[in-house]
Design a protein around this ligand. Structure first.
Ligand code: HEM
Length: 220
């Protein structure tokens, strides 16, 4: 299927429209605030971050609200991207060949579509972590409304909230490394919206073919 409106001048292709980019940066900004304040609550060694961000009481009041903003932006990502994040047979082949990906031998990788299997894993990891963080976070926000006979929910939330947060920290570090350093040109796509044709062909040949409607196009 061809989308000529997505081909923009100077050998570049639109990867993220404005709505996608804004949603991504609301998620990123709220996540980094949650990360800094959450780590400050977690360990006295990291408490200085809450001090820098306006003090402990301010951080404690704003953290849950930032959590709602983060969840809303992740939900928006779900609405925009979930259909494209479904696992396919191509993704199974991609995982089987992941050693070539991690050694930059992209020509040996099965062709990825708009998102490769690793990006899909990150998306679902963030989505389900955000659901777990919201559910456990609401319990921690209003513990007095949890009936005494359901108090196990409070204990569970104390475990789930940091566990889910630590999982997202792992995802986040890989995401930063991939987005800023490993795949040159990816960062521009969440700022300006476009990527070069060379980037599209190298990292997402299936997506490139779909956009230009040339299923037999050369890969490089
Ligand atoms: C400073 C923080 C962040 C930076 C620098 C960053 C960078 C990027 C880049 C460069 C891309 C484009 C990758 C591509 O299409 O090739 C991207 C996509 C994406 N980002 Fe982020 N991001 C950040 C924070 C976050 C956070 C907190 C989330 C959590 C919801 C997130 C979720 C995603 C998702 C789901 C995508 C699309 C799939 C993917 O490329 O992995 N990002 N980001």
């Amino acid at each position: 299927m061809s989308h000529p409106e997505q081909i923009i001048p100077h050998g570049h292709i639109l990867r993220y429209n404005l709505r996608e980019r804004l949603t991504h940066w609301v998620a990123a900004a709220s996540y980094m605030y949650l990360l800094a304040t959450g780590l400050a609550f977690w360990s006295p060694w990291l408490f200085w971050m809450a001090v820098i961000l306006g003090g402990a009481p301010v951080s404690r009041i704003l953290h849950p609200w930032a959590g709602l903003i983060f969840f809303a932006s992740v939900w928006m990502m779900y609405v925009m991207w979930a259909p494209q994040m479904k696992h396919t047979d191509a993704d199974r082949k991609w995982w089987a060949a992941v050693r070539y990906y991690s050694t930059n031998q992209d020509d040996k990788m099965p062709p990825a579509g708009r998102y490769n299997a690793g990006q899909k894993f990150l998306f679902w990891g963030f989505f389900w972590s955000a659901v777990a963080l919201l559910a456990s976070g609401v319990v921690l926000w209003f513990p007095e409304y949890i009936p005494w006979n359901l108090r196990f929910l409070r204990y569970l939330s104390i475990l789930i909230h940091p566990a889910a947060a630590l999982f997202t920290i792992g995802l986040f570090m890989i995401h930063l490394y991939m987005g800023i350093f490993a795949e040159r040109g990816a960062f521009g796509s969440v700022i300006r919206g476009d990527v070069s044709i060379a980037f599209a062909k190298r990292y997402h040949p299936g997506w490139y073919d779909e956009i230009v409607g040339e299923s037999s196009s050369p890969r490089k």
